[in-house]
Design a protein around this ligand. Structure first.
Ligand code: ZN
Length: 261
C-alpha cells in the first residue's frame, strides 16, 4: 500500500487523509464534492441505499457510500504482485477511500436533506457563531483539544488509540455480517441513527450550545473516530492482503450490482 502513497506523505496514510477536502482538490475535481456525504429524508433515522445514495440531479450511486464501493473495487482490481498496474489512478483512489471512510463515520455526513446535513442549522458554539455540521466536523474536536489535550493533536490521537487497545469502545469492529470486508451501508445506518439521537437532539436552529451538549457528545465523536480508523485498517488489510483477489473482487461486484439494481 505504501507504494501508492505520494512522496509528500512520507509513508504515512494519515498525512493524506484530508487531501480530498483541500481547496485545490475541490476545485480541480468538482465531481468529488457530492461524494463526501449522503443525506436522508428529513426526520428519517434510517439509511436506504436505493433511496439515499444519489446526487442532487438524482444520479444513482453518487454519494459517500457509493464512492467507498467504487474505490474499493478500483484498488482491488490492481495486481500488486506485478506492480500496481491499473487503468485507475490508485493513489487518488486510496486517498479518497481513506477520507470517505472517515466522513462516513461523522453522523452529520448522513444528516437530513432539508438542512444539508446540519449546514443550515445555525447555532452558537460557546461564543462563536457556526453551524451544526461544523460543530461535528471541527468544534467538538477543537474544544476537546484545547481543554484536555494541550491543543496537541498527537495527544488526542494517542488517547483514542489507547481507548481502542483497552477495548473501551464496544462494537468498534465491523459487524460479523460484513465478513471483514467493505460494509459502508451498516456504518451509514449507524451514523444516521447517531445524527438523530445525538447531533440534532437539543440543537434546533439558533440554539446556544455549550457544556451540556459538548460533554454528552464528545464520547460519541471519539468513538466514531476510533471506529473509522479501525475499520479503515481492516478494509485496507482486506484490499492489500487479499490472496484470492479475483474471487473476492467478483463477489464484491456481485454485491455491488445487487445493491444498485
Ligand atoms: Zn470530506
Amino acid at each position: 500500500m505504501k507504494g501508492l502513497l505520494p512522496e509528500s506523505a512520507n509513508d504515512e496514510l494519515a498525512a493524506v487523509c484530508s487531501w480530498p477536502d483541500l481547496r485545490e482538490v475541490c476545485k480541480g475535481y468538482p465531481w468529488s464534492g457530492e461524494l463526501h456525504f449522503a443525506d436522508t429524508p428529513d426526520f428519517e433515522c434510517n439509511f436506504d441505499y436505493r433511496r439515499d445514495c444519489h446526487n442532487a440531479a438524482n444520479v444513482k450511486n453518487r454519494c459517500v457510500i457509493g464512492a467507498i464501493y467504487n474505490y474499493t473495487i478500483q484498488l482491488k482490481s490492481a495486481n500488486y504482485q506485478y506492480g500496481a498496474y491499473s487503468k485507475y489512478n490508485l493513489t487518488e483512489a486510496l486517498m479518497f477511500l481513506a477520507h470517505f471512510v472517515g466522513d462516513l463515520h461523522q453522523p452529520l455526513h448522513l444528516g437530513y436533506l432539508g438542512d444539508l446535513g446540519g449546514n443550515r442549522v445555525f447555532v452558537k458554539w460557546f461564543d462563536k457563531k457556526t453551524n451544526l455540521h461544523r460543530v461535528w466536523d471541527d468544534e467538538i474536536i477543537d474544544t476537546a483539544l484545547e481543554r484536555y489535550y494541550g491543543s496537541n493533536l498527537t495527544n488526542l490521537i494517542e488517547a483514542i488509540k489507547s481507548n481502542v487497545t483497552d477495548n473501551r469502545f464496544s462494537e468498534i469492529k465491523s459487524p460479523k455480517a460484513c465478513h471483514r470486508s467493505v460494509c459502508p451501508n451498516q456504518y451509514a445506518a449507524e451514523s444516521v441513527s447517531l445524527a438523530c439521537e445525538y447531533a440534532y437532539k437539543n440543537a434546533a436552529n439558533l440554539t446556544h450550545l455549550n457544556d451540556d451538549y459538548f460533554l454528552s457528545r464528545l464520547p460519541v465523536v471519539e468513538k466514531r473516530l476510533a471506529q473509522g480508523g479501525v475499520r479503515l485498517a481492516v478494509l485496507l488489510e482486506e484490499i492489500f492482503g487479499a490472496k484470492t483477489r479475483m474471487q473476492k473482487q467478483s463477489k464484491l461486484y456481485l454485491r455491488f450490482n445487487r445493491l444498485i439494481k
